[in-house]
Design a protein around this ligand. Structure first.
Ligand SMILES: NC(=O)c1ccc[n+]([C@@H]2O[C@H](COP(=O)([O-])OP(=O)(O)OC[C@H]3O[C@@H](n4cnc5c(N)ncnc54)[C@H](O)[C@@H]3O)[C@@H](O)[C@H]2O)c1
Ligand SMILES: O=C(O)[C@H]1O[C@@H](O)[C@H](O)[C@@H](O)[C@@H]1O
Length: 254
């Protein structure tokens, strides 16, 4: 059975992912108390500590790295530990332990600047375009992708970065319509990323949204990811908003 570590297991995305990971030999870790992962080996610890990271990855075939500060408006002082330091300790530990694959949670905030400036109608953002974060949080995700690339290029560890859109049970505002990731599609995507024969890759993790602006074609081609849900089904019921994207452009409180 494949042994998989899920970091950030007490978090919201992990909660949506959990039911998709049946059949795997699971270990989970978080700084907070973790509940609901029956059958998994549960650990508590801070992944910025290299010893915690080393113990967490020991014996694992793969890691789904979700642990981070997910708040786009967070200050650098709140982001540096979870979103920069922990990425380095986790990836270094995984490489040293001979883990085969790390699936890294990135975000559409890595390219939110394109959305903030307005895209010509019908244009979708290609994952190969230069990163263009819309906030310090988005910039930390670009760093994670870049560090992942250097580790993947430098050794045996495969790193797949998933630029997740808004993981919500249903879209709640108009901004969500362009980048919703339905929980069931999240599960499809992470399973596909765990299994794909790819050394390094960066993919948008979004549903098959009619109004989508994040091109997931490479995830279909390289991972076999085929999303099934579409935010359009909720378009008549959402309130006006920006989906949390681009609100903090150019801001980084020390
Ligand atoms: N929620 C979304 O819609 C969304 C969208 C795009 C990307 N993401 C990314 O997905 C991941 C999960 O997001 P979420 O919404 O579940 O966030 P969350 O805050 O609900 O969960 C993250 C978990 O990570 C844990 N954590 C933070 N720092 C840690 C550390 N140093 N060591 C161990 N555990 C630590 C936290 O305690 C928390 O339980 C994050 O990387 C986030 O940036 C989330
Ligand atoms: O993309 C992201 O990471 C973030 O997107 C924002 O819009 C959501 O409000 C936030 O919860 C996510 O963590």
């Amino acid at each position: 059975m494949t042994a998989v570590l899920v970091t950030g297991a007490a978090g919201g995305v992990a909660g949506h992912l959990r039911s998709g990971l049946t059949g795997l030999d699971l270990r989970v870790v978080d700084t907070r108390e973790v509940a609901g992962w029956d059958g998994a080996e549960v650990r508590t610890g801070d992944l910025t500590d290299p010893d915690v990271a080393a113990a967490a990855v020991e014996g694992m075939d793969a890691v789904v790295h979700l642990a981070a500060n997910p708040h786009p408006g967070a200050a650098w002082s709140e982001l540096r530990g979870p979103n920069a330091d922990a990425v380095v300790t986790l990836l270094d530990a995984a490489r040293k332990a001979g883990v085969g694959r790390v699936v890294l949670a990135s975000s559409v905030h890595a390219v939110g600047g394109y959305v903030a400036d307005g895209l010509p109608a019908g244009t979708v953002i290609d994952p190969a375009w230069p990163a263009r974060p819309c906030c310090a949080y988005g910039a930390t995700k670009v760093f994670a992708e870049a560090y992942g690339r250097s580790v993947a290029d430098g050794g045996e560890l495969s790193v797949l970065c998933l630029r997740l859109g808004g993981v919500l049970a249903r879209p709640t505002d108009t901004g969500n319509l362009i980048g919703w990731l339905a929980p069931s599609d999240l599960r499809r995507l992470v399973l596909a990323a765990l299994e794909a024969d790819v050394r390094y890759g960066c993919y948008f993790g979004v549903s098959a949204n009619t109004r989508g602006v994040f091109d997931y074609a490479n995830a279909t081609a390289e991972l076999g990811y085929r999303p099934e849900l579409d935010s359009e089904a909720y378009a008549a019921d959402v309130t006006p908003g920006d989906g949390g994207l681009c609100r903090w452009r150019g801001e980084s409180t020390p």
